[in-house]
Write a protein that binds this ligand. Structure first.
Ligand code: ZN
Length: 122
């Protein structure tokens, strides 16, 4: 499934949606260095990663919906499934979200540009 030329490859590897070669972000998601910095253009095919101002507005809804359902499910499983207290369920949730926050933010952007730009190969 995760092969070059496949849309999910570019989205999950956070690659340029047009050529699937270059990275969208200059640093790794779990390096926590410049977490919100994004490359302006693809160094390989010159695809513009910010086609218009406010382009990533829609990505906000992806991360909002994903985070909302994730939080409900996560706390639900810990609290009602495993019998954890509300306090410790939320404490672990905050910890997990703090670690994955940058990854979720970037994945939402990667999905958004991936849905909007199609693969053109070389
Ligand atoms: Zn490219």
């Amino acid at each position: 499934m995760l092969k070059k030329g496949n849309k999910s490859y570019a989205i999950f590897k956070m690659k340029c949606p047009r050529c699937h070669e270059a990275d969208l972000f200059p640093t790794g998601s779990f390096e926590f260095k410049n977490p919100f910095e994004m490359n302006k253009r693809c160094p390989n095919c010159n695809e513009d990663f910010l086609p218009e101002p406010g382009f990533y507005y829609g990505a906000m809804f992806i991360s909002y919906i994903f985070t909302g359902w994730f939080c409900l499910t996560f706390v639900g499983i810990l609290h009602w499934g495993l019998g954890w207290s509300t306090g410790s369920s939320f404490a672990l949730l905050i910890f997990v979200i703090a670690i994955f926050f940058v990854w979720i933010f970037r994945m939402a952007r990667s999905m958004w540009i991936g849905f909007n730009v199609s693969y053109r190969g070389k």
